[in-house]
Ligand binder design. Structure first.
Ligand SMILES: [Zn+2]
Ligand SMILES: [Zn+2]
Length: 353
């Protein structure tokens, strides 16, 4: 635990009282092996209320004191081509991998001015160029904590892989990300949604069905490829979405085989660096399109918020665990499956006693 003085707000800055910081698989990886070596306040899926805002901030954002907002972890330049398109995720000003001076919540070191660059804290600093979304009154802060996986679901399944009316989809992995894809695909009109998981995932696979999956496969009990072919009358699926963690090369290899004969789409996570035996020839012969899972656009976040506000799906079933700030270590380990296997989405509530 570390304390910082409250920031002296400039005219174009604001202060957020953090209500919920969602935790995801990336946090588990970052915590085990930090990607940034300088001290970082983690927490990149943040929801809160603006408690102070300078006049220029209010003028630029159209939001100010008292507004409840979801804060994207990207901090935009608002000048480049990507920012003009609402694709802040691709902006170089927020790309910590290529730009040492980049700003991104949960990744930017707290040694930078204003210090409060992460959601595992009671307050967060908002510059004029943060990317924020106002929350509807009927969406609770904890529900808003799943905006990020839901936006990713919309971005990857709908915008990237073009799931739509009568699509057939295989979603690998029933964690918060996989379950969010189920909701996005269901809403979009997919005719067949199959979700894979392991025996330990039994409760999550059941929830997948509650949220609209047509079939689930326990890959330890059944041959996943045989099952997919059986469920599709031998045809294979239109789209495969990889939402697994730590499953090695299996999801890619299964994905290529489970796709239909021609022109399917495979969404990959690229968790492993490289591997021998990648079936490039088969991929080419099947005319597969490969898409990369890479965050979310502004539009996807707006759609995720609308989806939550519609209450069409019992998305509150995803928010299974909550921890206070003192328990951040346990909270991250919970997401990593070290505390309780029934964990789906974990909220860190910095003001929880
Ligand atoms: Zn995340
Ligand atoms: Zn930009």
């Amino acid at each position: 635990m570390r304390e910082f003085p409250m920031p002296d707000l400039p005219a174009d800055g604001a202060l957020l009282r953090v209500e919920v910081a969602g935790i995801c698989g990336t946090d588990v990886k970052m915590y085990a092996k930090p990607m940034v070596t300088a001290p970082v306040i983690m927490g990149h899926e943040n929801v809160g209320t603006i408690v102070a805002a300078g006049p220029q901030f209010v003028e630029r954002q159209g939001l100010g004191e008292g507004d409840r907002v979801f804060v994207e972890h990207y901090v935009a330049c608002y000048q480049c081509e990507w920012c003009r398109l609402g694709e802040y995720r691709h902006c170089e000003a927020t790309d910590w991998r290529t730009n040492p001076d980049a700003r991104r919540y949960g990744y930017t070191t707290c040694e930078n001015p204003y210090h409060l660059w992460g959601g595992f804290a009671q307050f967060m600093y908002l510059p004029w160029n943060c990317v924020i979304h106002k929350l509807p009154d009927n969406v609770s802060e904890e529900e808003a904590g799943i905006i990020t996986p839901l936006s990713n679901g919309i971005e990857w399944a709908l915008h990237d892989a073009h799931v739509g009316f009568m699509s057939t989809v295989l979603i690998q992995g029933p964690g918060q990300q996989g379950l969010s894809q189920v909701v996005a695909c269901r809403q979009a009109g997919a005719s067949l949604i199959i979700v894979t998981g392991t025996t330990r995932d039994a409760a999550r696979l059941e929830l997948a069905q509650t949220l609209g999956a047509d079939h689930t496969i326990d890959v330890e009990q059944d041959d996943a490829l045989d099952r997919v072919l059986e469920l599709t009358g031998g045809a294979g699926v239109d789209v495969v979405l990889d939402c697994t963690a730590g499953a090695g090369t299996t999801p890619v290899l299964l994905g290529i085989d489970a796709l239909k004969r021609r022109a399917g789409t495979l969404l990959v996570q690229g968790e492993i660096d490289r591997f021998d035996g990648f079936p490039l020839k088969k991929l080419t012969e099947k005319a597969i399109t490969v898409k990369s899972a890479r965050g979310h656009s502004y539009r996807a976040v707006e759609l995720a918020i609308e989806q939550l506000a519609s209450k069409r799906f019992p998305l509150d079933l995803l928010t299974t665990h909550r921890f206070g700030l003192e328990e951040a270590d346990r909270a991250i380990k919970a997401v990593g499956g070290e505390v309780d296997r029934d964990v789906i989405h974990v909220s860190l509530l910095p003001w929880l006693d």
